[in-house]
Ligand binder design. Structure first.
Ligand code: NAD
Length: 506
């Protein structure tokens, strides 16, 4: 909801090392999803805020790019230590503004720290190539140079982790950075931005702006921004990729997902039930790698569904912002809650069976929090909305397939292509699935195959727009440009050359 005034604290921008007020006149409320309480206001800034940040970033870049890479990496070592010192505090901030449980928030911060650890290794990872004598007396080398000012635009679902996928790598490669966190969850990025300064990062190398579409459009259009990293929904990812590249920028844009989990009849059902439940309902289903579509093959459905429904119905749902330890927290906003409920209704109307309906969950009664219980929509069909579209809530759709080939064919109709998982004890089935399934990240008996920091996040189809993915070596390639130098030194003619070494050799 956009408001023009309230008592909650207005978030500030980080520009050139200083925390300053935005030029914005409109603000968006940030909620504690466990209580519905407004905890901060995000300024909905635009061109003016962005330009200030980019100018500061550009000025800082001119010095930062000349700082030896090993010194840049040392800032990351200090940053990593500070993230670890403030681990609990950051995780609590993530939980407060996002609603995920504290263990989930801690795990996500840990994943972010792993990207910083990866960035500490950039002195060896950023090295170029060289070869002597590519022709007689001619040597050739490539050296990686930073690009300049890079920008990051992040989604609401991982307030600390997703921004951390981007800027540690960009900065250590020698770029400066402007982050626009999601307007729904700006607080974790602000907390972490303060730690970067404490780690000794020079002013202006890392900056934060706030806003929505106006701010994003200003990023797309700013002539000093060389590259944009985006993570969010497919519609916006496509928009940013098309418009960002049209403005001559490098763009890596990760989009939405519908991740299939295939269960073969020979799978270890007990393990599968636990993994499926964690994949579908962990982080209240607000994960781009959430298993949101189960496809039991053959008789697997008859064995799986009763166990899954029984186990999921026992999950506790509740507030995550205190000492409570529920299995699942709320979703991000009331608006999103209503959208997800609407999808459940649609599934029922289109003829699927609500095997478990989380809409009347106990936690929602007498609460202003945004609660929804685990929901399982069985006997869905491939043409239904709940199968085709991303729901991004604790809702698992189930399509029953006769064969593995049928299950793989359902995947071929899916416009997304982030993750896909198979549960089986058959090497042959696993291989068929791995080779043929239409997605970029595959799990074999692994419920959420989200790659670690040193592997790229390889979404396919409408789950990714661009060439070089986020994370891993592709991240370093994305944030650098190569310069090739070819060198020839001529042999001296006659006695004219006086160098004693040369004379001795002769
Ligand atoms: P979103 O697309 O609504 O917002 C993402 C960012 O885009 C935000 O910073 C927002 O301010 C900005 N934005 C929103 N509307 C815009 C517009 N009209 N023009 C320009 N910019 C705009 O996504 P979200 O709801 O914050 O996050 C959830 C989505 O992110 C899901 O689809 C999820 O699958 C996806 N996601 C993908 C990955 C991945 O790696 N593929 C990871 C995390 C989340």
């Amino acid at each position: 909801m956009v408001v023009t005034s309230t008592k909650a604290t207005k978030c500030q921008l980080l520009v050139g090392g200083k925390w300053v007020d935005s030029d914005a006149t409109e603000f968006q409320e940030v909620y504690n999803p466990s209580t519905g309480e407004v905890i901060a206001l995000t300024p909905m800034g635009g061109k003016k805020d962005l330009d200030l940040a980019v100018q500061a970033a550009h000025k800082a870049f001119l010095d930062w790019k000349e700082v030896p890479v090993v010194e840049r990496a040392r800032v990351m070592f200090k940053f990593k230590a500070l993230l670890e010192t403030h681990y609990e505090e950051i995780a609590r901030c993530v939980t407060r503004e996002h609603g995920k449980t504290l263990p989930e928030a801690k795990a996500s911060v840990q994943r972010g720290i792993e990207v910083v650890e990866f960035a500490c290794g950039i002195p060896s990872l950023m090295m170029g190539d060289s070869m002597a004598n590519i022709a007689r007396n001619v040597d050739c080398e490539t050296i990686r140079h930073p690009l300049g000012v890079c920008a990051g635009i992040s989604p609401f679902n991982f307030p600390a982790m997703v921004p951390l996928w981007m800027y540690p790598v960009a900065i250590t490669c020698g770029n400066s950075f402007v982050l626009k966190p999601s307007e729904k969850v700006p607080l974790s990025s602000i907390m972490i931005g303060k730690l970067l300064a404490e780690a000794g990062l020079p002013d202006g190398v890392f900056n934060i702006v706030h806003g929505g579409k106006d701010c994003v459009d200003a990023i797309i259009e700013h002539p000093l921004i060389r590259a944009i990293s985006f993570v969010g929904s497919t519609t916006i990812a496509k928009y940013i990729y098309q418009n960002g590249t049209a403005h001559g920028k490098r763009v890596q844009a990760a989009g939405g997902a519908k991740n299939h989990i295939i269960i073969m009849p020979d799978a270890d059902m007990e393990q599968t039930v636990q993994a499926l439940q964690a994949s579908a309902f962990g982080c209240a289903g607000e994960r781009c790698m959430a298993g949101s579509l189960a496809i039991p093959v053959g008789e697997a459905g008859e064995e799986l569904l009763p166990q899954l429904v029984a186990s999921s119905s026992k999950m506790t749902v509740g507030r995550t912002d205190g000492d409570q330890a529920p299995d699942m927290g709320p979703v991000i906003t009331r608006e999103h809650l209503e959208k997800v409920k609407g999808m459940i209704e649609k599934g029922a109307k289109e003829g699927a069976e609500l095997a478990l309906d989380g809409r009347e969950v106990e936690a929602a009664k007498n609460s202003k929090g945004f609660f929804l219980g685990p929901t399982i929509i069985d006997h869905a069909r491939p043409e239904m909305t709940v199968v085709k579209e991303e729901i991004f809530g604790p809702v698992l759709s189930v399509v029953r397939a006769k064969t593995l080939e049928d299950a793989i064919n359902i995947g071929k109709q899916c416009p997304y292509g982030n993750g896909a998982v198979i549960y089986t004890n058959s090497g042959r089935a696993a291989r068929e699935f791995k080779h043929h399934f239409n997605a970029g990240m595959i799990g074999i008996n692994v419920g959420v195959p989200a790659p670690m920091a040193w592997f790229p996040f390889t979404g396919w189809n409408n789950s990714f727009f661009g060439d070089l993915h986020i994370q891993g070596y592709e991240g370093i390639q994305f944030y650098t440009q190569q310069k090739m130098t070819m060198t020839r030194w001529f042999e001296p003619k006659g006695d004219a050359f006086q160098d004693p070494i040369w004379k001795a050799k002769k």
